[in-house]
Design a protein around this ligand. Sequence first.
Ligand code: NAP
Length: 301
Amino acid sequence: MYDIIIVGAGPAGLTAAIYARRASKKVLVLEAKAYGGQIINTPDIENYPVVAHISGFDFATNLYNQAKDLGAEIVMEKVTQLQDLGEEKKIVTTKGEYRAKAVILATGSENRKLGVEGEDALVGRGVSYCATCDGNFFRKKTVAVVGGGNTALEDALYLADLAEKVYLIHRRDAFRGEEGTVERLQARANIEFVLNSNVTRLIAEKRLKAIEVTNKDGSVRELAVNGLFVAVGRIPENQSFAQLIDLDPSGYAIASENCRTKVPGIFVAGDNRVKEVRQLVTAASDGAVAATEAVKYLAAL
Ligand code: NAP
């Protein structure tokens, strides 16, 4: 029996583990994939207070080591079910069962697909969701990035250093991501903006060789590209808990700013929670808040 089980070893979950361990609680962190969450793919973090520059990998590794050194158990198992048994919560994973008095759900989110025919079959053969993982394969080649948020903008900047040419395709004429990054993109000679446009077809032989892009005005362009980086947002990973906690229409967990869900003893932290700002610093903040609230909850049992 653990005091607190944390589902997810991203910035929110690992920060929660640090806070819970510093409060001397028995803590287990369960992670389905790899520690670090989506930040692990960010080449350079420059908006985390005090740390002017750090790679996502180094950030995540430091955080993981900090939680482990403080005594958190971290196990790589996918959670498939959560049951509320009142003062006890049961967690089922692909390998077994665990029990805790409190649970913090810090599961983050997964890549949203573009939804164009052939997309899945071309993953690893030209289609990618991670510029820092796969960008190197496209040195001196032509690539397209689709999306208008910070991920797409930062991916385009990153790829412009490697590829010969980068198309940045966005369905509107204004970007959702930061203006400063847009200005940096505009200054790059090898980046071409393709606005008001959607990718409507993937053209491939064995690998992707071109994409069809349709403008809002109905005009169609075929762009010869070796790679397509899809950065059209993320989907919260709350499906396994949908029976228990409230989700909004987009699937984000509904919780107050103190990270409490409607179920006593179940908390939610990070990108899978309904909130305005989803950043590294707010994920870490959620982790601290959720763990502190969980400790308060345990004290009142
Ligand atoms: P996002 O901000 O949700 O942006 C998704 C983008 O994809 C939007 O521009 C959206 O268009 C577009 N889109 C969605 N569905 C589409 C579709 N089916 N076809 C074409 N385009 C589609 O996602 P994100 O960029 O992954 O960022 C997620 C969060 O992480 C954000 O809060 C972001 O600020 C944060 N983030 C921060 C940093 C950083 O601080 N350094 C880095 C990366 C991400 P519309 O604009 O028209 O809706």
